[in-house]
Design a protein around this ligand. Structure first.
Ligand code: KE4
Length: 433
């Protein structure tokens, strides 16, 4: 049985000086009734807490660590870069090389602006869409999460859903009135919104593969219909690929489903573990941004050399391995098919959704999870018990039913087989609760 005494003490100390003891709410483990473990280090597929417990990591810093932790090439590049300085507030070749690399890997991005988080990317993408179309309203989907920008904290997913604040206090009514909430995989809800507000809708923003209500697999037709209706009403389609970009395919969900968004937002993997976000699209659209155009957006540390180095090294390591996504898919299939086999063997009421190397194990009596309504059938108490048993047995998962789990290229066959065994034991534990 793991000891957590140092983490418990660390959490009590943190709570004195940090709201809730954490710098991001979902890390608090509040919804699973646990103290968070405080991390000392992480290498490859493993993460280690300050009590000396080691875990196979399926959070991967919420997505960025697709190469695994402390990849030697990333660490070496960061050390070399830091020797030359850490921030200049002036253009560097790193930023240009990073932009060129992203444009070469994401075919529908001709021009890209670096920012410091996914929230900044989606917030800025919305401003660009509003400024370009001269319209105010935006459609988002219930359960989808696009960061903590006021316009998106309406029926939001991830930590907002986990901690039962999908509509956050502090978001004004005047802001909220311009956000229209539709239902993912339900085109009629989108069509109705356009019938009512079509001429005033600047954009649809969508997680093309939602990960923030847990992983929900899109209907390809639904995504195509979003593209079509945006064309009809001359609204912009924003693909929020902060999670899916470089995760589900080199070209993200837009490559996987062959949809052309007008704006793509990115984050997580493109920072290689450092704070990076980005948004991009066709050059004629992006050139409306200051200083080229009138739509303003800025950032002291945008394009920071260290962040660019970590991101560039991560993306180029992926790009230079022609078998990267094939290998990652093989690992992902091995794990999720093992989990599905365990569900069958134990008879526990659960569904496991997967796209690429992101997946979610939902505890539900429903036979499938395809909509937010389906997600709402989940038994979060069961998930909490599953989380605690798994963590006690060396498997590090998101402390929330409404999140995605991530497999990295560093997860070995042995790690995956060990995870499947631990998953079976966790399901049997639940069965006998
Ligand atoms: P950040 O501001 O947290 O870098 O990115 C916001 C964001 C935007 N869009 C999507 C699709 C995202 O998944 C996110 C952030 N994801 C969550 C985890 N599901 C971040 C974890 C956290 O809030 O600590």
């Amino acid at each position: 049985m793991n000891s957590y005494s140092k983490s418990i003490e660390a959490f009590s100390r943190a709570i004195e000086v940090i709201p809730g003891g954490v710098n991001s709410p979902v890390r608090s483990c509040k919804s699973v009734g646990e103290n968070p473990v405080f991390i000392a280090s992480a290498h490859g597929a493993y993460i280690n807490d300050i009590d000396g417990n080691s875990y196979i990591d399926y959070v991967g810093s919420w997505g960025p660590m697709i190469l695994g932790h402390t990849h030697p090439k990333v660490i070496e590049a960061l050390c070399n870069c830091a020797q030359q300085g850490t921030s200049f507030g002036a253009p560097t070749l790193w930023e240009t090389q990073m932009a060129e690399l992203i444009c070469s890997m994401m075919p529908h991005i001709e021009s890209v602006r670096m920012v410091n988080s996914g929230t900044e990317a989606t917030m800025s993408a919305l401003r660009l869409a509003r400024g370009y179309t001269k319209r105010d309203k935006v459609i988002k989907f219930e359960g989808c999460y696009h960061g903590h920008h006021d316009s998106f904290l309406i029926q939001a997913g991830s930590g907002a859903l986990t901690l039962s604040t999908p509509n956050s206090p502090g978001v004004t009514a005047s802001t909220a009135k311009d956000t229209i909430v539709a239902q993912f995989n339900d085109f009629e809800s989108v069509h109705n919104a356009f019938r009512l507000y079509g001429e005033d809708i600047a954009a649809i923003i969508v997680e093309p593969i939602p990960g923030n209500m847990g992983v929900v697999v899109p209907n390809r037709k639904f995504l195509q219909q979003l593209r079509e209706i945006c064309d009809i009403y001359e609204a912009l389609l924003i693909f929020d690929e902060v999670m899916t970009g470089f995760r589900v395919a080199q070209g993200g969900a837009q490559e996987l489903y062959d949809i052309v968004p007008d704006i793509t937002t990115l984050g997580k993997i493109i920072g290689g573990g450092l704070p990076v976000g980005a948004y991009g699209g066709k050059k004629h659209l992006m050139d409306n941004l200051s200083p080229q155009g009138p739509i303003y957006q800025a950032g002291t540390l945008s394009g920071n050399p260290l962040a660019m180095t970590a991101g560039y090294t991560t993306l180029s390591t992926i790009k230079n391995n022609p078998h990267f996504y094939t290998e990652l898919e093989e690992k992902s299939i091995l794990l999720v098919e093992g989990i599905r086999e365990n569900i069958k063997k134990t008879g526990v009421a659960a569904v496991c959704n997967r796209v690429g190397s992101m997946f979610t194990l939902f505890f539900t009596d429903s036979s499938e999870i395809k909509t937010y309504q389906d997600v709402c059938t989940c038994d979060t108490k069961k998930y909490a018990a599953f989380y605690s048993f798994s963590r006690d047995n060396g498997i590090y998962l998101a402390p929330s039913q409404f999140e995605a789990a991530f497999i990295s290229i560093a997860h070995s066959t042995q790690d995956i087989e060990r995870t499947i065994e631990a998953n079976y034991n966790a399901l049997m534990y639940l069965k006998n609760l």
